[in-house]
Design a protein around this ligand. Structure first.
Ligand SMILES: Cc1ncc(COP(=O)(O)O)c(C=O)c1O
Length: 386
C-alpha cells in the first residue's frame, strides 16, 4: 500500500494508470481498437492517430501503464520480448560494442551472435555477478551493458546499483532485462538502469495467452528513437495483445505475491529432496547472493532451477509430471517446467553451456499459483522415477 498520498502505490498504478474509463462510453475496460487507419478531418488534421503501425490508442494505454510500473518516463511495446530487444539494439550501429551477461536467455546471444554480429556490432560476455568484470570489459566503443538479473536459468544475480555506477562513470547505457522479477519485485531504473526490457509474454501478461515485449525508457531521446523504430521496422504489439497485457497487469501484484509464496515453498521442498542435487533460488540462505537478493529485490519470485544429476534423470522426471506442464516459457498462472539444455538454451553451443554450468541435468520450473499440495505432490511423484 502506498503511504504517500501524492504517489499511488504499485497495485493502484497497475489498475489505474492507462486504464482510465473510456471517455466516450464510460467503459471500465480499456477498449481494443482493432483498426489499421484513422479517418482524418482534413489534410494535416487528425485526432493524434494516423496509422496503427505508428500508434494505436490501446497500445498508448499499455505503454503509459508499463512506464508507470517501472518508474520510467515512457515505454514502447513490441511483438515479442525478442522484438523489443532487437528494437533496442537498432539504437546502436556497426562498430558499437556491447558488454553482456554470460548466462542470458538463449535467444538473446542467438540474436546478438548470429544476426547483429553480421552487421558489425561487437559483443563481449562476462559474468556480471562480479561488477568489476563489467568495468574491465568496457572499451572505448562500448555503448551498452546488457544484464539479466536473476539470470535464466542459473538464477545468478547482478548488482544493478554497482553496475549502474560503473556505467554512469564510463558513459555507457545500462539495460536490465527484468522479466523474471517483474516491476513488482525489482525496480532497475530506481537502482540506476537507463532502460528496462521485458518479455511481457511472462509475468506481466501472466496467463500464457500472448507474446509481447517492452522497452521502458528514461529519456526523451530513447523514447523517440524507439518510436521511430516502431514506425520504421513495424514489429509492434497488436491492439488485442496490448489489451491482454493491460488486463493481466491489473492482477500483477496479487499474482506475484502468490508466485513468491509458492516459489519459496517449492524451493525449500526441493532443497530437502534427496534426489535433487542442487537448487538455484535467490530466496535460499545458501544462494551465494542471498544478501544481494534481500537488498535489491522485494521478493524472490517463482523461478527455480534444480539439478537432477543427468539428462536421463531429467527426461524421466519430466515425462511424469501432470500438474506441472512440460513447456517452454514462464510467468503464467500455471506451473511450467522445462529442460534448459534442450529447450530454451538449445541454441547455446554445448561448450558455452558447460562453461557457465548449464548442465544436461538441470530442470527449470516456473512455479504457478495452483494449490501448493498439488504442485508438491506432482514433483514428488515425478522425482520418484529417478
Ligand atoms: C528473460 C527473458 N528475456 C527475453 C525473452 C524473450 O521473450 P519472447 O519469448 O517474448 O520473445 C525470454 C523468453 O523466454 C526470457 O526468458
Amino acid at each position: 500500500m502506498s503511504k504517500d498520498k501524492q504517489h499511488p502505490g504499485f497495485a493502484t498504478r497497475a489498475i489505474h494508470v492507462g486504464q482510465q474509463p473510456d471517455p466516450e462510453t464510460g467503459a471500465i475496460g480499456v477498449p481494443i481498437h482493432p483498426t489499421s487507419t484513422y479517418v482524418q478531418q482534413e489534410l494535416g488534421k487528425n485526432k493524434g492517430y494516423e496509422y496503427s503501425r505508428v500508434s494505436n490508442p490501446t497500445r498508448t494505454r499499455l505503454e503509459e501503464n508499463l512506464a508507470a510500473l517501472e518508474g520510467g518516463t515512457s515505454a514502447r511495446v513490441f511483438a515479442s520480448g525478442m522484438a523489443a530487444i532487437n528494437a533496442l539494439t537498432t539504437m546502436y550501429k556497426s562498430g558499437d560494442h556491447v558488454v553482456c551477461g554470460n548466462d542470458l536467455y538463449g535467444g538473446v546471444p542467438r540474436l546478438f551472435n548470429q544476426v547483429l554480429a553480421n552487421y558489425g556490432m561487437e559483443f563481449t560476455y562476462v559474468d556480471t555477478a562480479d561488477a568489476r568484470n563489467v568495468d574491465r570489459a568496457i572499451r572505448k566503443n562500448t555503448r551498452m551493458v546488457y544484464v539479466e538479473t536473476p539470470t535464466n536459468p542459473l538464477m545468478s544475480l547482478s548488482d544493478i546499483e554497482a553496475i549502474g555506477q560503473i556505467c554512469r562513470r564510463r558513459k555507457v547505457e545500462l539495460v536490465v532485462d527484468n522479466t523474471f522479477m517483474s516491476p513488482y519485485f525489482q525496480q532497475p531504473i530506481a537502482l540506476g538502469a537507463s532502460m528496462v526490457v521485458h518479455s511481457t509474454t511472462k509475468f506481466l501478461n501472466g496467463h500464457s495467452d500472448g507474446l509481447g515485449g517492452v522497452v521502458v525508457c528514461t529519456t526523451q531521446q530513447q523514447a523517440e528513437k524507439l518510436a521511430f523504430v516502431q514506425k520504421a521496422a513495424g514489429a509492434i504489439l497488436s491492439p488485442f495483445e496490448c489489451w491482454l497485457v493491460l488486463r493481466g497487469v491489473k492482477t500483477l501484484a496479487v499474482r506475484m505475491e502468490q508466485h513468491d509464496r509458492n516459489g519459496r515453498f517449492i524451493a525449500e521442498f526441493l532443497t530437502r529432496h534427496k534426489k535433487v542435487k542442487k537448487v538455484f533460488y535467490p530466496g535460499l540462505h545458501e544462494h551465494p547472493q542471498h544478501e544481494l537478493a534481500l537488498r535489491q529485490m522485494s521478493g524472490f519470485g517463482s523461478m527455480i532451477t534444480f539439478e537432477t544429476g543427468s539428462l536421463s534423470n531429467a527426461k524421466k522426471m519430466l515425462k511424469k509430471v501432470r500438474v506441472c506442464s512440460l513447456a517452454e516459457s514462464l510467468g503464467g498462472v500455471e506451473t511450467l517446467i522445462s529442460h534448459p539444455a534442450t529447450m530454451t538454451h538449445a541454441s547455446v553451443p554445448r561448450a558455452e553451456r558447460e562453461k557457465v554450468g548449464l548442465t544436461d541435468g538441470l530442470v527449470r520450473i516456473s512455479v504457478g499459483i495452483e494449490d501448493l499440495d498439488d504442485i508438491q505432490n506432482d514433483l514428488e511423484h515425478a522425482l520418484a522415477t529417478i
